[in-house]
Design a protein around this ligand. Structure first.
Ligand code: NAP
Ligand code: 8YV
Length: 312
């Protein structure tokens, strides 16, 4: 008999097909849907597969007494209580590195779109306004100052791309990265005040909640651009909305939000804001590479081998 696996969030069809070839897959409706787990397997199921932004609730973990692994199809672990999982004897895995390129590309895409008014120009053409009126001049990207909040795996990939735009690069984090050729700025507000563009790519979770607050947003200022590809929780969203609405912040490129899929209504009418629905890693190639790591971790767990990309 095949082992049971609970799937909280869809994977690419070919990855789901591979999962189904080795396991009996039970789909549930979200990270807290204990009721969706068939009664017959609640006491015996050993594996849950979920997404980075979705995670699992403590209630789901506690409701599955035989659970041994939560395999995250993503790198962020903030939607899983790692201490709790460890205390329950549950291993947690994620998918580091394979998504660095795509998330970094998304950060650059949002930066360029915000600076150059990509969406406004697109709408101008679609609405037949070209030839009948003008658009304001946009802002140049090349040579601007880029502040990176979180020079981790993805942060470094963003910096590498920004070098091709001749950008000056500095970063903030808890630790100075001696091997990085960029200037470390111990104060986030100082970094924001120096930056033309501030890209947020620090890990989510309790340690970074509201890290980019009102003071940093005001320091970035009316010509500044804030790009968030990390987690909505890392930026004080109320402060961000206030600053954008009041024109105290120039523009923003946002892939992530505090209460996804809900986006603050006050932002929807603003030309200076460009949105994506949490699609930083959402390409065919990268979602396959992530899915493969999920399959490798689940297989290793059931075969009693070392987990390839274990977090706890
Ligand atoms: P990583 O290599 O672990 O880097 C995380 C960075 O966060 C580190 O540079 C770390 O620097 C910084 N950080 C942690 N706590 C901090 C704090 N209190 N203050 C300032 N900086 C702090 O992770 P990664 O692989 O680059 O991924 C980063 C995050 O991107 C993930 O955790 C996830 O939430 C997000 N993500 C989003 C998408 C998307 O679709 N938009 C896709 C993938 C990942 P220090 O240790 O020096 O503080
Ligand atoms: C994915 C992510 O959108 O890796 C992460 O932490 O947030 C993204 O790559 C997610 O994991 C799929 O749900």
């Amino acid at each position: 008999m095949q082992p049971d696996v609970i799937l909280v969030e869809p994977l690419p069809p070919s990855i789901e097909a591979e999962l189904e070839a080795s396991y009996t897959v039970h789909r549930i409706d979200g990270p807290d849907d204990l009721e969706g787990v068939p009664d017959a397997i609640r006491k015996s199921v050993r594996a849950v597969v979920t997404g980075g932004g979705t995670g699992v609730s403590r209630r789901l973990v506690e409701g599955l007494p035989a659970l041994g692994i939560v395999a995250i199809n993503g790198v962020g672990t903030d939607a899983v209580d790692l201490d709790h999982a460890k205390a329950q004897g549950v291993r947690v895995t994620n998918t580091p590195d394979v998504l660095n390129d795509d998330v970094a590309d998304m950060a650059i895409l949002l930066m360029l779109a915000a600076l150059r008014g990509l969406v406004v120009g697109d709408r101008f053409v679609r609405e037949g306004k070209w030839g009948k009126g003008g658009l304001p001049l946009a802002a140049k990207a090349t040579g601007k100052r880029l502040g990176i909040v979180g020079l981790g795996r993805i942060g470094r990939a963003i910096a590498k791309r920004a070098e091709a735009f001749d950008m000056e690069i500095a970063y903030h984090g808890r630790t100075e990265r001696g091997d990085a050729p960029y200037r470390f700025v111990p104060s986030l507000v100082d970094l924001a005040s120096w930056s033309d563009v501030l890209v947020v790519i620090a890990a989510g979770g309790t340690g970074t909640r509201g890290l980019v607050g009102r003071e940093a947003i005001d320091a970035l200022g009316p010509k500044g651009v804030l790009v968030n590809v990390a987690r909505g929780s890392v930026v004080d969203e109320d402060a961000l909305v206030d600053a954008l609405v009041a024109g105290r912040l120039g523009a923003a490129g946002l892939d992530v939000f505090a209460d996804e899929p809900n986006v603050p209504k006050a932002l929807l009418g603003l030309d200076g804001v460009v949105f994506q629905p949490h699609r930083g890693s959402a390409t065919v190639e990268t979602r396959h590479a992530m899915g493969r790591l999920v399959l490798d971790n689940v297989r290793a767990f059931f075969e009693g081998e070392a987990l390839p990309t274990a977090v706890v």
